[in-house]
Design a protein around this ligand. Structure first.
Ligand code: GLU
Length: 304
């Protein structure tokens, strides 16, 4: 498969969308990113990398971090995670509080904010130096020793994160947060602020694409069965209220973030990451969605 040629075609064929949508500004610091950035990288499980555009520039991965946090929590406490958070798509916005009230503090899944706050609480309880342990886990996962939190983005979100604070308080009220609400929020915002490039995201997600070997990274171990389940959650819950659309058009498990990134995997074949900051009204990168749709159309390979 000539992936480099396919990426070049994708670049040209998404050009017409390059001014569509708008970058996220509800986290003020994200509004300072150049919205015209575009990067894409595809890494095969044989270790070949195909990259284009701004694929080595780090950006704020935002909710893509929820997958990495889930892996860490699952590796530590296994299926006990599912006693506190479900695996059903929410059919609501990522930051919705409405279902959480109806369902008495048990988030629908770990890839919406409510679920990720519970996962953050688990990591805080299980790791004495959670922020450092999380960072070293992610560095090891992606092979990028310089990956780090972006303090300006984290504090920008902290200063406007009223809805996440409300969600965390609702979880605490229902007994689904054990640590202090402010500590959970602080850790959550830092995870979201992680700066990674498309190439580094591919490195991290290649571990989820590889079903042949159990996952063993930085002291975190996951069985192939756990990885299978994580991929199922990505497919059904990874794209806000557009998981059905992504599944229909692209057909790969993945996760998007409001920084404009999307990381996805084709099981046993490759991981892919794309970055373009302009978002559609549901919060997914306009060009990113189209790029991945073209990728699976052109290669003729998806999970379906
Ligand atoms: N930090 C963001 C928030 O909680 C993450 C949103 C996202 O990327 O989905 O609003």
């Amino acid at each position: 498969m000539n992936y480099q040629k396919i990426l070049e075609e994708i670049r040209q064929e998404t050009e017409y969308l390059s001014k569509e949508g708008a970058q996220a500004t509800y986290i003020p610091e994200l509004g300072n990113v150049n919205p015209d950035k575009f990067g894409i990288c595809l890494t095969t499980l044989k270790g070949k990398e195909y990259c284009l555009g701004d694929s080595d520039e780090r950006f704020s991965i935002q909710s893509i971090s929820k997958v990495l946090s889930l892996a860490m929590a699952l590796g530590k406490i296994g299926k006990k995670v599912w006693e506190r958070v479900g695996v059903e798509p929410s059919g609501n916005a990522f930051n919705s509080i409405f279902l959480l009230e109806m369902e008495k503090g048990r988030p629908r899944n770990p890839l919406i904010n409510a679920g990720a706050l519970v996962v953050s609480d688990i990591i805080l309880s299980e790791f004495p130096n959670a922020e450092e342990s999380y960072l070293s886990f992610v560095r090891e996962l992606c092979g990028g020793a310089e990956v780090s939190y972006n303090e300006a983005i984290a504090s920008s979100e902290q200063s406007t994160g009223y809805l996440n604070a409300a969600i965390a308080n609702m979880l605490k009220y229902h007994g689904n947060i054990n640590n202090k609400v402010e500590d959970v929020l602080h850790f959550y915002f830092r995870q979201c602020s992680l700066m990674m490039s498309c190439r580094e995201l591919c490195g991290a997600f290649s571990h989820f694409a590889n079903h042949a070997e159990p996952f063993d990274v930085g002291g975190i171990q996951l069985t192939t069965s756990q990885i299978k389940r994580m991929n199922a959650v990505m497919l059904t819950c990874g794209f806000y209220d557009e998981a059905g659309e992504f599944s229909y058009k692209v057909g790969l498990p993945g996760k998007s973030g409001v920084g404009g990134g999307i990381a996805a995997i084709c099981p046993n074949q490759y991981s892919v990451a794309v970055w373009s900051p302009r978002l559609n009204p549901k919060g997914n990168s306009v060009v990113g969605m189209k790029a991945l749709e073209l990728l699976t159309d052109k290669t003729g390979v998806s999970i379906f």
